[in-house]
Design a protein around this ligand. Structure first.
Ligand code: ZN
Length: 249
């Protein structure tokens, strides 16, 4: 069994989606904003393997308060059809490109954390490096424990804090060629780990020039198994069970 714990399936073409889903037992399909939530919702209605998460991707300009309220209202109305709030978080990469204020993004993230708590759903976080510390502060403040830091990167202090709280991370195919991710796999317990593609985001190394798809996770699982001293089958089983339990699939 194979589950992609984080994919933007609504960004694939209608022709690509059926064959992509043949490679997996389920996908956690995250959303970017309201129109993306609507597309993801329709795909979840059409394909039982698509498990929807609704949110607002942080690496983009913020919404007006009116549009933000409309998004929250839409998510509340469709809460029965979603497995999580996501993806949400803080604009780390956008801040490397331009001088933008993180504070309104932090306010929005806090609002999403409160929404996850209100709806009793897990939360899918895009929060790397120093932003992970801010996310941890907010999660602790609101006593939200079901947190998944997707494609996580961060220093040892925040890694230890996340492990103590039992927060989950997911590993992307870049673990094949990124030493930083291999070191993270070494220290993070496999009991708190999942695998993902973040597709259609493209990868390098052995995946250069290839359309990102769930089959790439077989290589990710083999890398995790090698680092953890397990067989690929053992690692695959643990990672799949983690994802099933976390998202209550
Ligand atoms: Zn993503």
């Amino acid at each position: 069994m194979l589950i992609d714990a984080h994919i933007h399936i609504e960004q694939y073409t209608a022709e690509e989606i059926p064959s992509l889903l043949e490679e997996v037992d389920a996908v956690i399909a995250v959303s970017m904003q309201l129109s993306s939530c609507e597309k993801t919702w329709r795909l979840a209605q059409a394909y039982r393997k698509v498990k929807a998460a609704f949110g607002f991707h942080p690496e983009q300009p913020l919404l007006s308060l009116r549009d933000e309220d409309a998004l929250f209202e839409w998510i509340r109305c469709h809460a029965a059809d979603m497995v999580a709030v996501g993806e949400v978080g803080l604009p780390y990469y956008l801040r490397q490109e331009q001088a933008i204020d993180n504070r309104p993004y932090i306010t929005l993230l806090e609002r999403f954390i409160m929404l996850a708590k209100e709806l009793h759903k897990p939360i899918v976080l895009h929060a790397v490096y120093e932003d992970a510390t801010i996310a941890c502060d907010l999660l602790e403040k609101h006593q939200v424990n079901q947190a998944h830091f997707h494609w996580f990167k961060g220093d040892q202090t925040v890694v230890q804090r996340m492990i103590q709280h039992g927060y989950f991370i997911s590993i992307t195919p870049d673990c094949l060629y990124e030493e930083e991710i291999q070191q993270l796999i070494q220290v993070y317990p496999i009991e708190l780990m999942m695998v993902e593609t973040d597709g259609p985001w493209p990868f390098e190394g052995p995946f250069a020039g290839k359309r990102t798809a769930p089959w790439m996770m077989h290589s990710t699982i083999r890398m995790i198994a090698a680092i953890k001293g397990l067989t690929a089958q053992e690692a695959a089983y643990i990672l799949m069970q983690n994802t099933k339990n976390f998202y209550q699939l």
